[in-house]
Design a protein around this ligand. Structure first.
Ligand code: HEC
Length: 150
């Protein structure tokens, strides 16, 4: 091997080989790309799903340690409103829930949980516990009286 071609013809043949290989590679990429486009969205959906699951898991332990004593282990209420209520979950957006957890309800037992307001939770943890609360929605019981707690 090497580049010391004896004749123009040999150089030609070698150049042609390189061009053919290049063409084949280009064709392969053109063929593979649609497959990639086809699978990529489902890969992203899957990773989003995993991300949500991990937030929910994190949220679950945050809930147990910080919220369950008043709102019940499964959000069924007790000393505080039932947050697993279908009516509550349909009414409140994630942003509203995060806001409520962050600043609390002044004049009530509901404290501010955000670090910014003297609470113990980062905004990521507040997001996690909100994801956990949101996950009750598909099987949320019909409870129009959710504010009356227990
Ligand atoms: C010491 C008891 C107590 C704890 C602990 C507590 N809460 Fe509350 N929470 C309350 C009470 C009482 C209310 C109702 C406040 C009101 O509107 O008068 C409330 C209201 C709320 C609401 C608003 C419901 C509405 O009125 O729209 C949300 C959301 C909420 N709590 C989430 C949480 C989360 C999440 C945690 C844990 C990080 C938590 N709470 C911990 C007592 C508690």
């Amino acid at each position: 091997m090497g580049y010391d071609y004896q004749t123009d013809e040999e150089l030609n043949r070698s150049t042609n080989r390189v061009m053919v290989v290049g063409l084949v590679l280009m064709l392969l990429m053109a063929l593979v790309f649609p497959f990639y486009r086809w699978f990529e969205p489902s890969a992203r959906a899957e990773s989003r799903e995993l991300q949500l699951e991990s937030l929910q898991e994190q949220g679950s332990s945050i809930w147990e340690f910080n919220c369950a004593s008043c709102h019940g282990l499964n959000g069924e209420g007790g000393l505080a409103p039932a947050l697993n209520s279908m009516q509550f979950l349909q009414l409140a957006t994630d942003d509203q829930i995060q806001g409520l957890i962050a600043v609390g309800v002044p004049g009530s037992q509901m404290n501010a949980y955000s670090l910014d307001f003297g609470g113990p939770l980062t905004s990521e943890q507040i997001k996690a516990v909100t994801t956990f609360i949101r996950a009750w929605e598909p099987d949320a019981p019909d409870r129009p009286d959710w504010r009356e707690s227990s």
